[in-house]
Structure formats: structure tokens, C-alpha cells
Ligand binder design. Structure first.
Ligand code: HEM
Length: 402
């Protein structure tokens, strides 16, 4: 890939980088009046907050706006649970989603990537999100769950509605959230009904898919309720789809804006895993995680009251100079790279091995298929609402084949 002038344009990603830098310049822990929340920005404090679920709860059910259709999703949605409920669900799901299941997906992911890229075999310009980054993770998750191929498009449509984030501002408050939940309620209801039917089908005729395995998994003699499985499917969609889409788009944009990266990776594809970790550090798809203090607690020099809202800034922690040399430089060979993009502690991302596998396969295949891959016009690139997810929405690319 060669450089072009538009690489220098100021993009929303640069605004985020500036924000993470300026957050760092403030004290590591401070109160934000506008968000009515404590902001935690340094690596050590962010990791400490995420490592202590007894003090910093992930359960917002008592304070978040409620929406009837959403209640069904809460049950298996263990990212919003604290111990001991969290452990039960996570352990059950881990039985079905083992490292062997994930590594066994490699040939299938290669096959899906190949097929998606075949669709643009005669084009020298296409949208990378529509072609690859959006459909790949959803096809992988839907297949994993045993959803028939004919219905994958439904999942793509639902995901687009659920994660559009158009109703939300960049710093959404509870009213914005309540409005957004109401807007997506019909989609949630439709998806809930579909997944319940799918569960019933798997109960009648179990297959080798994750849904059938979840139905059979047990911890201490207890199985998952159907509703818990629906909640887990929703969680997979939320956590596993848009994040991976974002990672792929962020990688292509970041490589494009750092000329020399793609030629170096093409010359030595063994460097790809480190480069992907650096993209994860540089642009974490979830830049902020919310927690709620369960008791009065001291962080740094501040005493937070019980009930205080806490925002753990992964984006800022990933640029902490006490953990990363030259944190504001994108360094694709950086190693070790203790970024916090997949979280930390008991909620550490469950799908990190799958996200990494998909990114390695998809990016390797792009390197193999195209001798050049560039973003010709940043004016045509559109971005997600960074208050929801750090990623691109549309990413037109230009390719050459040797
Ligand atoms: C949790 C990020 C991909 C499933 C998390 C958390 C983060 C995260 C930050 C912790 C949330 C918290 O502590 O509140 C990401 C990123 C991804 C990605 C950046 C891609 C680049 C995936 C994939 C899957 C997945 C592919 C599933 C197939 C989950 C689940 C949890 C989770 C189930 C909840 C774990 C728990 O609460 O114990 N993810 N994720 N994620 N992620 Fe991911």
C-alpha cells in the first residue's frame, strides 16, 4: 500500500485519540458533572476497577431504564451480572464454547472469507464493511448457533437495527437510553421469538451446534433455562458481532494511515498477530465500560460513595505512558502489549480467541488476494457513533491484484 494525501485528514478516530490524551492529562480519577460519573483513566486504576466485581458491579438492572421486551434478554446476559450468578452462566457456556470449538472453526472461517471475497473478484473498488467485515462475524456466530443459512440475513438486519446507535448522542444519558430501547423493542421481540423457536427445534432434534450443546450443559446439576439461552444469543450478537466488524475496519484504516505497515505484513505475515493486538490497543471497539460502586470506596485520592457510577476508560488506559512506551505511536510490532481492549477480570472477553482468529484469517486473506489495498477517499468513509462503538460504518477500498 502506498500513501495518499487523505491519510492526513482529521478523522473522528483522531478526535477520539485527542480525547484519550486529554483525559490522561486530567487526574487519573475524576468526576464528570455532565455524565454524573467518576472517570477512571489510568491503566492501573482501570484494571483495579475491573478486577473487583464485588465493589464495582456490572449489574445496572436497578438503575437502568426498563423495557419489557428487554427483560427477557437480561436473564442469560452474564456481562451484566455479578458473582455468583455470573459464574454459573459463564461456566455453563464455557462448556459448550471451548478452545477446541473455536480452533475447529478455522477451516469454516477461511471458507466464508473466501466466498465473501469471491463476490468482489471482478471489482477493483468495493465496500470492505458490506463485503467482509459485517457479514463474516455474523455468519460465523449464526452457524455456530446452528441457525439455518437462509435466516442469516435476518440476523444481519437485526444486528443493524440493534447497533445503529442513531438515536444516541455521543454521551448518552438515561433518557436517551430509554428512548433508544423503545425504538429497538420490536426488533428485540422478533428476535426473541425466533431464538425461542430455534431452541425448541434444537431440543426436538439436537445437532452439533452451540445451541444444542447449551441445552445439554450442566453446572451442579443445573441446566440453562430457554430464556437464559435467548439472553446469551443476544449477548453473542452484541458482544461478538459489531466488535469484530469494528476490529476489521479499524485494522484496514489504521494500516492505510500508517504507510509501510501492509507491505511489511505482506513480506512477513507472521507479524500479523502483533499488528492486530496493536490495532486493538489503538482503537478499542468498546472504549468505555460502566460499573456501579456497591459500597463507599477509595480510588486514588478520591472517596466514591455507594451507588456512584464509574466509567472505566479502556481507550485512555491503552495510551497510559506508564504501561506503554510512546503510547501515541501506532507500533505494529509492539510486544508485549498489555492493552485492556478485551476487558480484565471475571468478565474478560469470552470471545477474544474467536475475534483474534477471525481477524487473522480475514486480514491474511486480504493480503494474499490483493497486491495493493487502499482507502482512496476518506471523505467517503462513514463512522459509527463512538458513544456506542469505535468503528467504521462504510469503508470504500480500492484494490489491485498482481
Ligand atoms: C465481554 C470486547 C469479541 C463475547 C467483553 C468485554 C469486552 C469485550 C471489553 C468485557 C465487558 C465488561 O467487562 O463489562 C470485545 C472486543 C471484541 C469482542 C473488542 C472484538 C474485537 C467477542 C466475540 C464474542 C464475544 C467474537 C463471542 C463470540 C463476549 C462475551 C462477553 C464479552 C460473552 C461477556 C463475558 C463475561 O461477562 O463474562 N468483550 N469482544 N466478544 N465478550 Fe467480547
Amino acid at each position: 500500500m502506498t500513501g495518499n494525501a487523505s491519510q492526513q485528514e482529521h478523522l473522528p478516530f483522531d478526535t477520539l485519540s485527542d480525547r484519550w490524551q486529554s483525559l490522561r492529562a486530567l487526574r487519573p480519577v475524576h468526576y464528570d458533572e455532565q455524565q454524573s460519573a467518576w472517570q477512571v483513566v489510568d491503566h492501573e486504576s482501570v484494571a483495579a476497577v475491573l478486577a473487583d466485581p464485588a465493589t464495582f458491579s456490572s449489574d445496572f438492572s436497578s438503575v437502568a431504564p426498563t423495557q419489557e421486551d428487554f427483560e427477557v434478554f437480561r436473564q442469560g446476559n452474564f456481562v451484566g451480572m455479578d458473582p455468583p450468578e455470573h459464574r454459573k452462566l459463564r461456566t455453563l457456556v464455557s462448556q459448550a464454547f471451548t478452545p477446541r470449538v473455536v480452533s475447529g472453526l478455522q477451516p469454516r472461517i477461511e471458507n466464508v472469507c473466501g466466498r465473501l471475497l469471491d463476490d468482489v473478484a471482478d471489482r477493483d473498488r468495493f465496500d470492505l464493511v458490506d463485503t467482509l467485515a459485517y457479514p463474516l462475524p455474523i455468519i460465523v456466530i449464526a452457524e455456530l448457533l446452528g441457525i439455518p443459512a437462509a435466516d442469516h440475513r435476518l440476523f444481519q438486519e437485526w444486528a443493524a437495527t440493534l447497533f445503529g446507535g442513531d438515536e444516541l448522542g455521543e454521551a448518552p444519558n438515561m433518557d436517551d437510553l430509554a428512548r433508544a430501547l423503545k425504538a429497538i423493542a420490536p426488533t428485540v421481540r422478533e428476535m426473541n421469538g425466533y431464538v425461542l423457536d430455534h431452541i425448541r427445534r434444537c431440543r426436538e432434534t439436537p445437532g452439533n451446534d452451540l445451541t444444542s450443546k447449551l441445552l445439554a450443559a450442566e453446572v451442579d446439576g443445573v441446566r440453562l433455562e430457554d430464556q437464559e439461552i435467548v439472553g446469551f444469543v443476544a449477548l453473542l450478537l452484541v458482544a461478538g458481532h459489531v466488535t469484530t466488524t469494528a476490529l476489521l475496519g479499524n485494522a484496514v484504516v489504521t494500516f492505510d494511515r500508517h504507510p509501510g505497515t501492509l507491505p511489511a505484513l505482506r513480506a512477513d505475515p507472521g507479524r500479523l498477530p502483533d499488528a492486530i493486538e496493536e490495532v486493538l490497543r489503538w482503537l478499542p471497539p468498546f472504549a468505555e465500560l460502566g460499573r456501579r460502586a456497591t459500597r463507599p470506596v477509595v480510588i486514588g485520592e478520591h472517596e466514591l460513595p455507594a451507588g456512584a457510577m464509574v466509567v472505566a476508560h479502556l481507550g485512555a488506559a491503552n495510551r497510559d505512558p506508564s504501561r506503554f512506551a510512546a503510547p501515541d505511536v501506532f507500533e505494529p510490532t509492539r510486544s508485549p502489549n498489555p492493552h485492556l481492549t478485551f476487558g480484565h477480570g471475571i468478565h474478560f472477553c469470552f470471545g477474544a480467541p474467536l475475534a483474534r482468529l477471525e481477524a487473522r484469517i480475514a486480514l491474511r486473506m486480504l493480503l494474499e488476494r490483493f497486491s495493493d489495498l487502499r482507502v482512496p477517499a476518506y471523505g467517503e468513509v462513514t463512522f459509527q457513533n463512538p458513544g456506542v462503538i469505535v468503528g467504521v460504518r462504510q469503508l470504500p477500498v480500492e484494490v489491485a491484484r498482481s
